[in-house]
Write a new protein. Sequence first.
Length: 384
Amino acid sequence: LILCVLGTDAHVLSERPDLPESFVANVSQSGMFQYSNQIRWHYSKMHQYSRKSSLANLTSLVGFPALLDQTSISSGSESFWISNDVCRSQLGNFTDIWEWVEYATYNGTNMIRGLECDTWVFTSSKKNATLYSYKDNPIRIEESIYANLPGGTPRKFSQATDFIDIVRQPLDQKDTTVPGLCKEAPQVCNPKPERIQVSDHYLAHPEGKYNISNQDTANLLGDTVFTCFDVASNGTKHDNYSVVSHYRIAVDTGFGNYALCNGYPGVCEGREIHRVGREASFGAKKPIGGQCSENFDSGVWYSLPAKGRCESMSKLKNGLCTWMVQERVKTVNLSCIMKTHKMLEACREVSSNPAFEKARTIFHKAFLSEDESQGGCKDLGGPE
């Protein structure tokens, strides 16, 4: 438990702290998109370089062996996110993490982890931030920003960063390079003996939006895992995802890296723009996020790039494109699955072998019939 009590010298002006422009630190971070709160941070303003590395064990949350070895890098005008050996380019570039402190207002002292810290508060239309500093060292930063994944709906995110220990030191040039993994061509799986395969895909989406180019889909277990977490975190509500559709899709099994796709029309974040992307749920497996593994215990997530979409099976078989919709099987209301059949309650029961077994069964039954007494949901119709 961290105690934060307003100190008695709130009206005594303090000098603005001389914060480190180059450091190596262990930090604890919570909020936003964090799966791990223990992070190793290398930072150099001179080299315009920031690297955060973490290792998170998600097994207890998802019910299958799941590790996320992640690194985010900003270097000059480039940004990358590496997760379990998959490197994705990101929007954005290096920014000075202390730049806003120059415009912050002194707000007295607060006790943070037993230290009487000077408090500096910054507010704007896009970002609110508070720095707690002690003898020119950052102790904690609290931030609230409005942000979104490319194509996604902007929303408010909050994050707290505690500097557990920090060492002021220059970084060597060799410590500020972008890994070769991010410069090489994305990895590609060896295709199956029967290269083109037709399989079941599911995805949540806004009502009336049936263009699945530049969208992420999943198999039955994969979409169960995704839906459980996205509904619980209000992601589906923010993105107006009110229905779920079942498709039969033919794909080229020479899979590429999975891309993060959001919004309608879809926008994808990743380096693969032609091949169907593939990974285990959350990409929480090695090697390469489970891209080429069976993933029976975790489920599978796919990304469908617009530039790989086929208009005919002949083009797909001749390697001119990488995926094609065979049919939309059924579309149902998300509320029928989550509320009427109480899948949200079942999502809280994390099981293994297989993961989310009760929730997966509820999800599956919704598409097998329209008889509500048998667990089914009404087909809302849509394009074939």
